[in-house]
Every structure is written in C-alpha cells, then in structure tokens.
Design a protein. Structure first.
Lengths: 444, 33
C-alpha cells in the first residue's frame, strides 16, 4: 500500500470517528424536547468537539502505521491546530445554548446556588480546556519548563475528558439511548487504551532495553553529541534522517521525553552504536545532557519519522539546514558515503556565524568523499568572508542550483523562519511541492 | 508533509464539521407546530 493510500485510510478513519457521535445522535431518539435549531447546533458542536478531544490522544500516541503516512511533525502540528479548533467548538457549545435560554449563571459559575453536578462538570471541563490550550500556545512565553508542561498537559487533557463524559452522561438527553451510550463507551475505551499503551505498556516494554552512554562530546554551535550503545539487546537500525524520543532518569516512567534526530549513519548492524546531537536550549538540553557521563543509562523510543532519503529516490538531492537542523541531513550524508552513493547533493547550511556551524569540519571532510557541495550562509560573517551572507533565500538557491534542479528532492530541516521561507521560495522556483520534504525540529 | 497542506486540511475539515453540525441540527430539530 502506498503512503498516499495509507494516509487516506487513516484520515478516513479519523473523519469517521469524529462524525460517529453526531451521526448516532441523528438516528437516536432523545427522551426530552428539542432546544430548537440553534440549541441543537450547540449540542452538535459539543459532540464534535468532544470527539476531536478524544482523538487528540490518538494523534500523538506514536502509532507508527499512522505516523509513517504523514510524518510525526505534521501529526503534531495537526494535533496542535485541531486542539484549538476543538476549543473553539466547545466554547461555541455553551454560548449557543445560553442564547437559546439556558441560564448562564448556573452553567458558567460552578459556585452558583443553581449549579449542580451536571453544570459544574461542564464548567470545569471548559475552564480546564481553556487552560490546557492556553498553556500549550503560550508555554514558551510563560517560560514553563517542557517537562512540567508535558505532565500538566496530560493531566488537564484527562480531566477535561472525564468531566465532559460525566456531563454528557448525566444530562442524559441523547445519552439516554443505549446506542449513544455505547458510542461514548467506545471513545472512553479508546482513550484509556491509548493512555495504557503510551504511558504504561511502552515504558514496561522498554524497561530492559537501556542504552549506555559511550561518549558525550562537545560540538560547535553549543551542542553535544551522545554516542550510545545498546545494553544486552540488539538496538535498532534506522533510515537516515529519522529521530527517537530520548528519556533520561532512573526509570522509563519518569517525566519528559525529547525528540532528537540521529546524527550517525543509518544501516546500523545489530548491537551497533547510535549518536544523537543535541543543542543547548536550556533546561534538559543545557542541564541534564552535559552532565551525562560514560556508563550512564538512557531509554530510547524509536526510530520514528518519515524525513529520510530512503523514502524519496531521486537523481540528486538538495539539503537545506539551519542550526541544529543539520543533524538529520548529516546522518543522510554519512549514509551516502557508506553506501558509496555517487548522486549529487547540494547542502545549503545557514547559521549565525562561522564558529557556530555544527559539523563544519566533518562536512568539509565528507565533501572530499562524495559528490557534495556545501554552501554556508552566515548571518554574521567573519571579516573577509566571501561566501553567502544573510539567510537562505530563493536568490541564494538560484545561484547554485543545477539545471535539472526541478527533478531533485529537497530536504529541509531547521528553525521555523527558515522552514516557512523555503516552503514559500521553492514553489516560486518551480520545484514541485511533492519534491519538498520538511521536518520541524521545534515540533513540541 | 508540507505544513501549508496540514493547515489547509485543518481549515477544510473545520468547515466540513460545522456544515455537518448544521445538517445534524436540521435533521433533529422538529418542525414548528
């Protein structure tokens, strides 16, 4: 089955599950009178919003068959955006019902004298959802630690779902019908199953599959490379460009997992070592990673991701990297050398300055071993610099791309401004959209 | 996958869901007596 067909099947299943409560409600016969057209629209928005919330868990549960069809950073973006859509629909749900005559004070104020278990559950679910989405959107601005946010995000999401389920079951209008109760029971089982798989089963399965730090070395650009070897297991091979979730700490159940690209070549032999290069962005990467020493244990969940040249065969490649986004590209380049791949590669590598270019010496070495041309683009070049300056733009690309560039495949990884600029520039140059592969390392 | 495509899918899906909700409401609302 091709990736496109797989994607359509998964998306079809997603659509079916979102619309299932609505369709079931349409054929169910509610036990009480209708609140009118506007009120029924409000009820319908509530059903769809809650279904969306349940499926938010599925989007980030790392089900490989689904993730491979879309790419995990795209699924993450879809999760983020659909979370906001769910919030808007669930905000419209009480507004429309209040407009049709439901008393606002009783439904929005859990401390009001007229409030009861049904209205309190509804109000608390709504306020928790606002907090849930707000903290996610403004996490960086509020300077909340990623590990703390990850825990609160899961707890708030679970609270919202439980409170919302209590609310709709207690109201008992549509949920008075057995078929509607059965539908929401399926959703509750789905969410519980995903949580058990993701939070309990996966850590248990990885308990005996630890990785040992062999080396922790400093790299240019305030980054560190962790070289890891599997302890008493075969480890894994991977497609160059993929990533894994790293978990440090005493058990695989602890807080905080971090998506990091492999920076070593793919095609790993059983028991072979794997490297990750991590930029210091503060908290975990600036505190825990530098403190890791040879012999320390780490858990890996991987490989994940579809950002790999192994999935996109072409007569040549253009790699565009910015900052630590160079790591998956570097993994692909090393793999090409190992495979004696002679296809041409153009690497545009943007960085703040010359000293910050992670793997600079290694890339120069690789360009002697394969058909690779590296174009450095510096924002703050040193004196006497004759290369490209500023940012990677359509003009910079145009100066170096070969005649047959429209038939090349483009891999882009870097900070959001670079990704946005390239997603705009490449179509302008006539590069077909399907020839552009992207991975946003700032996906969480 | 291209992120503009993801954003486009989200916009399209949101419109579709709102249409589905309106259709649902039209089906379940009894005609005025």
């Amino acid at each position: 089955m091709t990736w496109i067909v797989r994607g359509m099947v998964w998306f079809g299943l997603y659509m079916f599950l979102i619309l299932l409560p609505l369709a079931t409600a349409a054929i169910a016969s509610p036990s009480r009178v209708s609140p009118g057209l506007l009120g029924e629209i409000g009820v319908g928005l509530g059903f769809v919003g809650l279904a969306l919330m349940c499926l938010e868990f599925a989007l980030i549960s790392r089900i490989k068959a689904a993730a491979q069809a879309f790419g995990e950073d795209s699924l993450q973006l879809f999760h983020n955006l659909m979370g906001t859509v769910a919030l808007l629909l669930l905000l419209a749900h009480p507004i429309l019902l209040i407009v049709t005559g439901y008393p606002a004070n009783c439904w929005l104020n859990p401390f009001a004298s007229c409030a009861n278990a049904i209205t309190r559950a509804a109000a608390l679910a709504l306020y928790a959802l606002i907090l849930l989405v707000g903290l996610s959107v403004w996490r960086k601005k509020l300077n909340i630690k990623y590990e703390l946010w990850q825990v609160t995000h899961g707890l708030f999401a679970l609270f919202v779902l439980i409170a919302a389920m209590v609310h709709i079951n207690a109201i008992g209008r549509y949920t008075s019908t057995p078929i509607m109760r059965a539908v929401w029971l399926v959703y509750a089982i789905l969410v519980a199953g995903l949580l058990l798989y993701y939070k309990i089963l996966l850590p248990i399965l990885s308990w005996n599959k630890t990785w040992e730090v062999v080396e922790n070395r400093e790299e240019r650009g305030d980054a560190r490379t962790l070289l890891l070897r599997p302890v008493d297991h075969k480890g894994y091979s991977f497609e160059p460009g993929q990533f894994a979730w790293l978990k440090t700490g005493r058990t695989p159940f602890g807080l905080g997992q971090h998506p990091i690209s492999m920076s070593s070549p793919g095609d790993v032999e059983p028991g072979g070592e794997v490297a990750f290069t991590i930029k210091n962005l503060g908290d975990w990467s600036g505190e825990e990673v530098p403190a890791l020493k040879p012999g320390d244990r780490i858990w890996l969940d991987g490989p994940h991701g579809v950002f790999s040249m192994d999935r996109e065969q072409a007569m040549g490649y253009v790699f565009i990297g910015g900052g630590i986004g160079i790591t998956p590209l570097y993994s692909m380049l090393q793999t090409m050398v190992d495979r004696e791949d002679v296809r041409p590669v153009l690497l545009f590598y943007g960085s703040e300055d010359w000293e910050d270019l992670t793997f600079r010496e290694e890339l120069d070495e690789l360009s002697n071993q394969m058909n690779l041309k590296v174009i450095y683009v510096l924002d703050n070049p040193p004196e006497g610099w004759e290369g490209e300056t500023g940012y990677v733009t359509a003009d910079v690309l145009r100066r170096y791309l070969p005649k047959q560039y429209k038939r090349f495949i483009y891999f882009i990884c870097g900070p959001d401004p670079l990704m946005d600029a390239m997603e705009e520039a490449l179509p302008q140059l006539g590069v077909p959209r399907e020839n552009v592969q992207t991975e946003r390392f700032a996906m969480v | 996958m291209h992120h503009l495509i993801v954003k486009g899918v989200v916009v399209g899906l949101t419109i579709l869901l709102i249409v589905a909700v309106v259709v649902f409401a039209l089906i379940v609302t009894p005609p005025p007596v």
